[in-house]
Write a protein of this length. Sequence first.
Length: 230
Amino acid sequence: MKQIFSDFFDKSIYYYNWFLNKGRFAPTRIGDIIITIIGIMILLYAVIGDNKFFIEKFAGIFGTLMFFTLFLGTFKTFWIKLPKFIRKGNDEVSSFLNNFSHSSYLYGLTVVTFFLTFTLCGVVMSGSKFIIGVSFDWKVLFYNSIFLSMALFTVLYFMFHISKDNITLKQAKARISFYLLCSACITAGLFGTSFKVAITPFLTYVGIGYLCLRYLIDKIDSESESKKSV
């Protein structure tokens, strides 16, 4: 299980770096792809003319690529820049998230997750509306996606540090238990308040993420014990 996540993160980092490596026509390869798409759009427009079908399809592709570029940029640029003493000299979000700390997790859980959800919803909306021809309610899509993204980020954040041996299983269990305690205390303090309506989905989905993490950690722990006994 640990090796599966390690391979997944290695491949994700490889493709992330590939897209952001220096391109031939633009500063990055994703920039090369966007320039190529624009060139094809101009060429087809000159040959075919004002064709609504092709314009919509390329608008969808172009919009998807732009939102995907923002998605990649979320791991590179601080949309909300933290003070130096918090980010500890890290100028990129990815390097900041490599630190296993309360500040990096909370920043990722709130700010990074928000912008990732925004960009991914943009990819879905652009692709579905212009390429497939299906429309979604933006607000409903975003509302349902952001809490699920928070749970997914929680799982991936901890599994990254576990699979890369940045932390031990005991450290992970202790941190998860602490966050579960904080969630329970917040939930208990919200009874009878209107604020509970807004915060309850957040605590519910993130709580599911913590429970999923406990299962994965126990699975890795049991696999480690099996290897030792062999």
